[in-house]
Design a protein around this ligand. Structure first.
Ligand code: CP
Length: 323
């Protein structure tokens, strides 16, 4: 594996899930792979889980890790070509990328959507420059449109619970929930993409106008009635996202609804098949989910976060095996 952005990059999902369990039971068994190799983790945006879990995964593999917070201590980076750099941006990304790549063997990047220009975001303009100009393997730690380390961890979590409960083909519902800020679509995009590739029955539910890009939602059933969608669900994956601009490009990145009837509470969970609540975290209680649901014994948010270490370790292991 040389880049990790989409579900296709991981190949056969059954093999990837089996490898996740192998890595989980033998976290320090592959230290020879990372000896004297360096992972550079570049953050254009904040993180708790991705930062800690990816660093831990790399350390499990025996790697050295450098973390750069671009907006806290580095020169402010210009990303556009053809501009006169007489503002507050002192360095251009096109010099910074080859310089940064000269210090490492693998680059991991977090760069969120700006939510101003759909074409710029959906072309993955920033991370594609890392792929093009670094000459190094590039791993997405959440880009403008995808968050594959999260989706892989979510799939590991669902697979583990299905194994425990002997559920063969679970009903998985991705539900929009309200939020006070405009959030990117990377998490729901990747979740839909990975669930479509997995052996699950995926239903996506959201208010009209929040349709996800068909590239990710594929043939999944879209149900605008949240209650109907949740009926019989084994897993409820709640997430807010701003307007993806699929049905109306002018609305891209906007908040179209703050309807609190979509907040996941105990009544919503009572419509499910004794279902499990999932969220990638961080989550705003009272908006996305109520305290009692997230604190219940049917909340999987902590196992999901713990599995971020495993998804990152499988991905880094595979990259290291191909360097
Ligand atoms: N879920 C997730 O990516 O969390 P962080 O933003 O804290 O890394």
């Amino acid at each position: 594996m040389r880049t990790f952005f989409n579900v296709q990059d991981i190949g056969d999902l059954g093999k990837a899930l089996a490898e996740a369990q192998e890595v989980k039971s033998n976290r320090f068994g592959y230290q020879h792979l990372g000896k004297n190799k360096t992972l550079l983790m570049i953050f254009f945006n904040n993180s708790l889980r991705t930062r800690l879990s990816t660093q831990k995964a790399a350390m499990n593999l025996g790697m050295n890790v450098i973390v750069l917070d671009v907006n806290a201590g580095a020169w402010k980076l210009e990303t556009e070509r053809g501009v006169i750099m007489d503002g507050d941006k002192s360095e251009h990304l096109l010099e910074a990328i080859p310089v940064m790549s000269s210090y490492c063997g693998i680059i991991a990047v977090r760069s969120f959507a700006g939510l101003q220009d759909r074409d710029f975001d959906y072309a993955e303009t920033i991370v594609n420059q890392f792929v093009r100009y670094s000459g190094k393997p590039v791993v997405a730690m959440e880009t403008a449109t995808v968050h594959p380390l999260q989706a892989f961890a979510d799939l590991i979590t669902i697979s583990e619970k299905c194994g425990e409960l002997q559920i063969r083909r679970p009903k998985v519902v991705l539900t929009w929930a309200p939020h006070c800020r405009a959030l990117p679509q990377a998490v729901p995009n990747s979740f839909a993409e990975w669930m479509n590739a997995a052996d699950v029955d995926l239903v996506v539910t959201h208010p009209e106008g929040y349709e996800l890009d068909p590239k990710f939602v594929g043939d999944a059933k879209v149900e605008y009635d949240q209650r109907k969608a949740l009926e019989g669900a084994d897993f409820v994956y709640a997430k807010n996202w701003s307007c993806p601009g699929v049905t109306n490009a002018a609305d891209y990145g906007k908040i179209l609804s703050k309807d609190m009837a979509w907040t996941i509470d105990t009544e919503h969970m009572s419509w499910t098949n004794n279902g499990y609540f999932m969220h990638c975290l961080p989550v705003r209680r009272g908006l996305i989910v109520t305290d009692d649901v997230i604190e219940s014994d049917h909340s999987l948010v902590i196992p999901e976060a713990a599995n971020r270490e495993i998804s990152a370790q499988v991905v880094l292991k595979r990259v290291l095996e191909n360097i």
